[in-house]
Ligand binder design. Structure first.
Ligand code: ZN
Length: 186
């Protein structure tokens, strides 16, 4: 188990669709442990494998009343929507009001290959949607309106971390607190 560097927006792995997991082996269990450890260290409420540079369909989450991991998920969403702030560990310090479905049902597998269904509303639904998006190479600012996204891109260009791509073993110097997302780093 090891804490892995979190990839920041600008790293191509975050805009690449991830591959399905085909083998439920020890390597997969190690990936799940690394994700959990890295999420807790950040700290964040969720983390997807591409955020640590692994382009596989795996994510983890840990919020007040729910935690777990999901592999090869598919989502059913309610038509009811919710508003609320959302952040991402790959965009340190930035929060934007992001519209999401109020309820989500995620079907996938656990690390042993057994089918799992996770059903959530509000924050859990938001986490499931945010993390599933990561597996499709979609980041949360893609969910904003055109004008809000433009505003977000300006904030990102002005941030100290933007453009600092990770080399293995070298952490960028982040001057904005990565903890500034009020527990909404996903
Ligand atoms: Zn994220």
């Amino acid at each position: 188990m090891a804490i892995q560097p979190i990839r920041l927006f600008g790293d191509p792995v975050l805009t690449t669709s991830a591959s399905p997991v085909e083998t439920f082996d020890k390597e997969l269990r190690n990936l799940v442990s690394d994700l959990i450890e890295t999420m807790h260290d950040a700290p964040g409420a969720g983390l997807a494998a591409p955020q640590i540079g692994v382009s596989l369909r795996v994510f983890v989450w840990d919020i007040e009343d729910s935690d777990g991991h999901l592999i090869n998920p598919s989502l059913d969403l309610s038509e009811d929507l919710q508003d609320g702030d959302e952040g991402c560990l790959s965009f340190p310090g930035l929060l934007y009001e992001t519209e999401r479905a109020f309820k989500a049902v995620a079907r996938g597998f656990n690390m042993h290959g057994e089918p799992v269904t996770i059903e959530g509303t509000e924050l859990l639904a938001r986490v499931l949607q945010h993390e599933s998006d990561h597996l499709d190479g979609i980041v949360f600012i893609d969910r904003l309106s055109k004008s809000e996204r433009k505003h977000a891109m300006k904030d990102i260009r002005n941030s100290d971390w933007f453009g600092t791509l990770h080399e293995a073993g070298s952490q960028p110097v982040i001057k904005i607190s990565p903890h500034g997302t009020r527990g909404l780093g996903l």
